[in-house]
Design a protein. Structure first.
Length: 140
């Protein structure tokens, strides 16, 4: 019976390890959702919202930007953002497919930027002295 007790204990420890590993992995994938809105543009039939990790929005970088929304609405949700700073800009398109210049640029930092409080009442609780004595025997 003692043999099985160690086996069960080993299985339990392994199971707890894997549960903690999975919980850590799941918490590492926490994400943020951002909602963007804008005013209607006269003559526009479509809007595109672009995302970047820098505040640069121009024709040169446009092929590398992420199109978050291609919509006829005046709102866009950018979901599943991991911690970091993101920038967005929008364009309007008319019925012929002509696209406007970029709108103003907005940004948001989805990361945890608030540090915790400083520890208080730091004291020396105990002191342990360790003395090591060595003896060297010299063979004659």
């Amino acid at each position: 019976m003692k043999k099985y007790r160690y086996l069960l204990l080993t299985i339990f420890i392994c199971l707890m390890f894997w549960i903690s590993l999975v919980m850590t992995a799941c918490s590492a994938y926490a994400a943020s959702d951002i909602t963007l809105t804008w005013d209607k543009v006269t003559g526009a039939t479509q809007y595109k919202v672009y995302r970047n990790t820098t505040d640069v929005f121009n024709a040169t970088v446009k092929p590398n930007l992420t199109v978050v929304c291609d919509t006829q609405l005046f709102t866009c949700e950018d979901k599943g953002l991991t911690d970091g700073k993101y920038y967005w800009a929008a364009t309007a398109l008319d019925a012929a497919g002509n696209e406007s210049d970029f709108s103003n640029i907005v940004n948001y930092d989805t990361g945890d930027t608030t540090p915790p409080s400083a520890p208080a009442n730091l004291v020396v609780k105990s002191v342990t002295k360790v003395t090591i004595t060595t003896t060297i025997n010299v063979a004659k």
